[in-house]
Design a protein around this ligand. Sequence first.
Ligand code: SF4
Ligand code: SF4
Length: 111
Amino acid sequence: MAYVVTEACIKCKYMDCVEVCPVDCFYEGENMVVINPSECIDCGVCEPECPAEAILPDTEGGLDKWMELNATLSATWPNITMKGATPEDADSHKGEEGKFDKYFSDKPGDA
Ligand code: SF4
Ligand code: SF4
């Protein structure tokens, strides 16, 4: 079992999650982060830190797409362990619907 970053993270990137992870298993994309499921120790510490409620346990139903994306993207994106600068428009995208179709990017971040 592991925790999974989902659609709500897109364009938010507050990154409160990455600083609390004891095993540094977050990876940064252009406009979101993902968790490497084989490194995650399932401690759950990051889940309540995310103001966008984007982090969920993979035991929740309906997360197949996001489990796959976290696994594949974390293999190519750079590791991120410290909170970076939050984008100026992050708050305006919080809770927005349909962010995957509108904004998803598989490009790596600049961590
Ligand atoms: S705190 Fe939540 S929204 Fe922000 S980067 Fe982490 S998972 Fe994404
Ligand atoms: S559940 Fe724990 S180990 Fe897994 S990503 Fe969150 S803080 Fe890191």
